[in-house]
Write a protein that binds this ligand. Structure first.
Ligand code: PEP
Ligand code: MN
Length: 346
C-alpha cells in the first residue's frame, strides 16, 4: 500500500503517518519524490485496512497495490528505475548497455583477452563466472575465488565493469567485494536465502529468470531483493524450458514488454543461454533490442571451441563485433543508443 502525501504536507504530518504504519505492525518506507512524497507500507500479505491512514492530516490518497509484488510494481513507482554504476554506466535509461565475456573465467590470459575484445567492440561490462552452477556435478565448476582476482585485474586493464555470479550465501560476500553487479543465476532465482543475502550485499543485482519461472515468480523474487533495501535490481530474460529441443531454451521475447508494463525495474536479455546456439545469438540479440531490452548479456570467448563451459553458444570475437554494429542501428530506430565504453585513461 502507498500513502501519498499532499503537496506541502509538513514533516510532522509525514512522521505521524510513519508512526501509525509502525503501530499497525508494518514497516514504513518514506519515498520523497520530485512530484510527490509517498510512504510505502510493506510487510503485508494481503489487503490492509487503510481507514486509520486515510483520515490523517496531510494524506492525499491511499493506493492499494493490486499485485503480490509491491515495491517492484509500477503502481508503487511509476517512473523507470535507472541502475547507476561506476563510471557513468547506467541500465534502465535511454542507453542499451551490453555485458559480454566468457561463460567462465578459465585463466588470466583468457579473461583479459576476452575483456579486450569485448571492450574494443563496445561492451561496457565484462561477464565471466568464477562460481558456475552446473547441471552435472562433474562439469567444470569454475575457478572459484582466484577467478575473482582475475576479473578485478581485467577491470584494471580495460576499465570494464564486472558482472559475475554468486551461487551461495557464503559466496555473496566474496563476489560483492569485487563485482560491480552480482548475478543471481536462473537455477537460483528462487533460492530465497541467497536472494536475501544479495539484497543486503550493497551491490546492484542481476536477477535471471528461472528455467521454468513465470513472470510473476520472477517479479516476486526481485521483491525479495527490494525488501532487503536493494533498489538496484536488473532483471534478465534468458529463455525458459519448452518442449522443443531445437534450441536450448525458448526465448520469451514478449517477457520484455510485459515486465516493462508491470515493473519499473530494467530488464536485459541473454540471447546466449536463450538459444544455446552460436549462430542464433546475433539474430536474437537484434530482436531483443528491437523488443525494448535495456541491455544484453552475451557470451564471447577468444576461442569458443576450447571453452570449458557453454562453448557452443559463445561468439567468436569478430561475431560479437558484428552483433554490436547491428544492435547500434536497431537501438537508433527505437530512439535509444548503445552505451559506449569510456575512453581508457593512460
Ligand atoms: C551464465 O550466465 O553463465 C548462466 C549460468 O546463466 P543462467 O543462470 O541463465 O543459466
Ligand atoms: Mn553460460
Amino acid at each position: 500500500m502507498l500513502i501519498v502525501m499532499r503537496h506541502g504536507a509538513t514533516e510532522e504530518e509525514l512522521q505521524r503517518v510513519i508512526a501509525v504504519i509502525r503501530d499497525m505492525g508494518y514497516q514504513a518506507r518514506p519515498m520523497p519524490g520530485s512530484q510527490r512524497t509517498a510512504v510505502g507500507l510493506v510487510g503485508n500479505d494481503g489487503r490492509v485496512d487503510s481507514s486509520r491512514l486515510e483520515g490523517l492530516a496531510g494524506v492525499q490518497e491511499v493506493i492499494h497495490v493490486s499485485q503480490p509484488y509491491k515495491q517492484v510494481s509500477r503502481e508503487w513507482k511509476p517512473e523507470n528505475t535507472v541502475v547507476r554504476l561506476p563510471g557513468g554506466v547506467a541500465i534502465g535509461g535511454a542507453d542499451v548497455a551490453v555485458i559480454a565475456g566468457p561463460c567462465s573465467v578459465e585463466s588470466e590470459a583468457q579473461v583479459i583477452q576476452a575483456a579486450r575484445h569485448v571492450r574494443e567492440a563496445g561492451a561496457v561490462i565484462l561477464r565471466g563466472g568464477a562460481f558456475k552452477p552446473r547441471t552435472c556435478p562433474y562439469s567444470f565448476q569454475g575457478l572459484g575465488r582466484p577467478a575473482l582476482k582475475l576479473l578485478a585485474r581485467a577491470r584494471e586493464e580495460t576499465g570494464l565493469l564486472i558482472c559475475t555470479e554468486a551461487i551461495d550465501v557464503e559466496g555473496v560476500g566474496w563476489v560483492s567485494e569485487v563485482a560491480d553487479i552480482v548475478q543471481i543465476g536462473a537455477r537460483n532465482m528462487q533460492n530465497f536465502s541467497l536472494l536475501r543475502a544479495a539484497g543486503r550485499a550493497g551491490k546492484p543485482v542481476l536477477l535471471k529468470r528461472g528455467i521454468s519461472a513465470t513472470i510473476t515468480e520472477l517479479l516476486l523474487s526481485a521483491e525479495y531483493l527490494l525488501a532487503e533495501g536493494n533498489q538496484d535490481v536488473i532483471l534478465c530474460e534468458r529463455g525458459i524450458r519448452g518442449f522443443d529441443t531445437a534450441t536450448r531454451n525458448v526465448f520469451d521475447l514478449a517477457a520484455i514488454p510485459v515486465v516493462q508494463k508491470l515493473s519499473h525495474l530494467p530488464i536485459i536479455a541473454d540471447p546466449s543461454h536463450a538459444t544455446g546456439l552460436r549462430d542464433k545469438v546475433i539474430p536474437m540479440a537484434r530482436a531483443a533490442v528491437a523488443a525494448g531490452a535495456d541491455g544484453l548479456i552475451v557470451e564471447v570467448h577468444p576461442n569458443p571451441e576450447a571453452a570449458k563451459s557453454d562453448g557452443a553458444q559463445s561468439l567468436f570475437p569478430e561475431q560479437f563485433a558484428q552483433l554490436m554494429r547491428e544492435v547500434r542501428v536497431i537501438a537508433e530506430v527505437i530512439g535509444r543508443r548503445v552505451a559506449e565504453p569510456a575512453p581508457v585513461v593512460a
